[in-house]
Design a protein around this ligand. Structure first.
Ligand code: FES
Length: 116
Protein backbone atom coordinates (compact mmCIF):
# COMPACT_ATOMS: atom_id res chain seq x y z
CA UNK A 1 0.00 0.00 0.00
CA UNK A 2 1.57 3.34 -0.95
CA UNK A 3 1.95 6.03 1.68
CA UNK A 4 -0.48 8.96 1.87
CA UNK A 5 0.25 11.82 -0.49
CA UNK A 6 -1.74 14.49 1.31
CA UNK A 7 -0.14 16.31 4.23
CA UNK A 8 -1.69 15.08 7.46
CA UNK A 9 -0.99 16.80 10.78
CA UNK A 10 -1.11 14.15 13.50
CA UNK A 11 -0.34 15.36 17.04
CA UNK A 12 2.08 17.57 18.96
CA UNK A 13 5.68 16.36 19.02
CA UNK A 14 5.65 16.76 22.80
CA UNK A 15 2.90 14.12 23.05
CA UNK A 16 5.48 11.47 22.11
CA UNK A 17 7.86 10.34 24.88
CA UNK A 18 11.55 10.84 24.16
CA UNK A 19 12.45 8.15 23.30
CA UNK A 20 9.10 6.71 22.37
CA UNK A 21 6.50 6.17 19.70
CA UNK A 22 2.88 6.89 18.96
CA UNK A 23 0.42 5.24 16.62
CA UNK A 24 -1.93 6.90 14.16
CA UNK A 25 -4.26 6.02 11.33
CA UNK A 26 -4.16 8.15 8.21
CA UNK A 27 -6.10 8.13 4.98
CA UNK A 28 -4.25 6.08 2.38
CA UNK A 29 -5.22 5.74 -1.26
CA UNK A 30 -6.71 2.31 -0.49
CA UNK A 31 -8.33 3.18 2.83
CA UNK A 32 -7.14 3.64 6.42
CA UNK A 33 -3.42 3.16 6.86
CA UNK A 34 -1.93 2.29 10.29
CA UNK A 35 1.34 4.08 10.93
CA UNK A 36 3.59 4.93 13.84
CA UNK A 37 5.90 7.82 14.61
CA UNK A 38 9.15 7.31 16.51
CA UNK A 39 10.88 10.07 18.45
CA UNK A 40 14.39 9.74 19.75
CA UNK A 41 16.22 12.93 20.60
CA UNK A 42 16.18 15.14 17.52
CA UNK A 43 15.15 12.22 15.29
CA UNK A 44 11.51 11.82 14.24
CA UNK A 45 10.60 9.07 11.80
CA UNK A 46 7.32 7.58 10.58
CA UNK A 47 6.68 4.11 9.21
CA UNK A 48 3.76 2.00 8.07
CA UNK A 49 2.85 -0.32 10.95
CA UNK A 50 3.44 -3.52 9.04
CA UNK A 51 6.27 -5.94 9.68
CA UNK A 52 8.01 -7.05 6.47
CA UNK A 53 8.16 -10.61 7.85
CA UNK A 54 4.46 -11.53 7.90
CA UNK A 55 2.77 -8.25 7.11
CA UNK A 56 1.21 -7.89 10.57
CA UNK A 57 1.36 -4.88 12.93
CA UNK A 58 4.62 -4.67 14.86
CA UNK A 59 3.10 -3.93 18.24
CA UNK A 60 0.83 -5.75 20.67
CA UNK A 61 0.55 -2.90 23.18
CA UNK A 62 -0.59 0.59 22.16
CA UNK A 63 2.25 2.92 21.14
CA UNK A 64 4.89 0.32 22.04
CA UNK A 65 7.47 -0.16 19.30
CA UNK A 66 10.89 0.33 20.89
CA UNK A 67 13.14 -1.86 23.01
CA UNK A 68 13.37 -1.10 26.73
CA UNK A 69 16.19 1.39 26.15
CA UNK A 70 14.51 3.15 23.24
CA UNK A 71 17.32 2.40 20.83
CA UNK A 72 15.69 0.19 18.21
CA UNK A 73 12.29 -0.75 16.83
CA UNK A 74 11.23 -4.29 17.75
CA UNK A 75 8.46 -6.41 16.25
CA UNK A 76 6.46 -7.98 19.08
CA UNK A 77 5.60 -11.07 17.02
CA UNK A 78 9.04 -12.66 16.44
CA UNK A 79 11.47 -10.05 17.70
CA UNK A 80 12.82 -8.62 14.45
CA UNK A 81 14.81 -5.44 15.10
CA UNK A 82 14.86 -2.33 12.95
CA UNK A 83 16.95 0.82 12.94
CA UNK A 84 15.07 3.95 13.96
CA UNK A 85 16.78 6.10 11.36
CA UNK A 86 16.21 3.92 8.32
CA UNK A 87 13.73 1.19 9.31
CA UNK A 88 16.14 -1.46 8.07
CA UNK A 89 15.84 -4.86 9.74
CA UNK A 90 19.23 -5.81 11.17
CA UNK A 91 18.18 -8.92 13.05
CA UNK A 92 15.44 -11.52 12.97
CA UNK A 93 13.47 -13.36 10.30
CA UNK A 94 13.25 -10.41 7.89
CA UNK A 95 16.88 -9.30 8.14
CA UNK A 96 17.79 -7.03 5.23
CA UNK A 97 14.24 -5.91 4.56
CA UNK A 98 12.82 -2.57 5.64
CA UNK A 99 9.80 -0.96 7.16
CA UNK A 100 8.01 1.34 4.76
CA UNK A 101 8.93 4.94 5.61
CA UNK A 102 6.66 7.94 5.34
CA UNK A 103 7.70 11.51 4.72
CA UNK A 104 7.57 13.21 8.12
CA UNK A 105 7.93 16.86 9.08
CA UNK A 106 7.23 19.23 11.94
CA UNK A 107 4.57 21.93 11.52
CA UNK A 108 4.33 24.46 14.33
CA UNK A 109 5.42 21.86 16.87
CA UNK A 110 3.21 19.09 15.53
CA UNK A 111 4.18 15.97 13.61
CA UNK A 112 2.91 15.76 10.04
CA UNK A 113 3.23 12.99 7.48
CA UNK A 114 2.88 12.94 3.72
CA UNK A 115 2.73 16.02 1.59
CA UNK A 116 5.59 15.20 -0.76
S1 FES B 1 5.96 -10.79 12.10
FE1 FES B 1 7.50 -9.36 12.72
S2 FES B 1 9.22 -10.62 13.10
FE2 FES B 1 7.70 -12.01 12.42
Amino acid sequence: MPPPEALTVLFPLDSIPDPGAREAVVDGPDGPLAIFVVRRGPTVRAFVNQCPHLGVPLNWKPDTFLDSQGRIIVCAMHGATFGIDDGLCDGGPCKGRSLRPLAVSLRNGSVAVGGT
